[in-house]
Design a protein around this ligand. Sequence first.
Ligand code: RP5
Length: 165
Amino acid sequence: MTKVALLMGSDSDYDRLEPCVQTLRGLEIDCEVRVLSAHRTPGPLVAFVEGARERGVRLLLCAAGGAAHLAGVVAAHTDLPVLGIPMDNPPLGGLDALLATVQMPGGVPVATFGLGAGGPVNAALFAARVLALSDPELARRVAAHRSAQAESVAKKDARLQARLG
Ligand code: RP5
């Protein structure tokens, strides 16, 4: 029943968010994934957010580019934790979305993640760590994920050492 929701402002964001979805799925976290826009579909967005807690959603991940108001508008309509993922769209490369997402007024928190490939994955892992505080099985999967990551880096290092002789 416990799950997270990943909202994005446009389907054009999805390809860059797929690693977020894959990370959540890999950790066996149930995830609702929706295209809902603060600007283009404000009514359905607010309806979704207002019903989220009742449907078992515990964290809201919000990805948007450009004038990225999605995470802020969501945070204005819920007491659930909101994670903001700025998208690195042209022509400004995401600095616009980063600032719009991170520079929230006091009293309306959005935990904002980085631009580029790391942001969506880190948002998923952060959500997993929060949920793992009250879910020992998930905590084990999160720990295993971190160990696997360390092993993979060690293998890459070994390959590089072999290549360099
Ligand atoms: C934002 O506008 C979306 O999150 C997307 O990053 C950007 C452009 O959307 P499209 O014009 O590609 O639909 O709201």
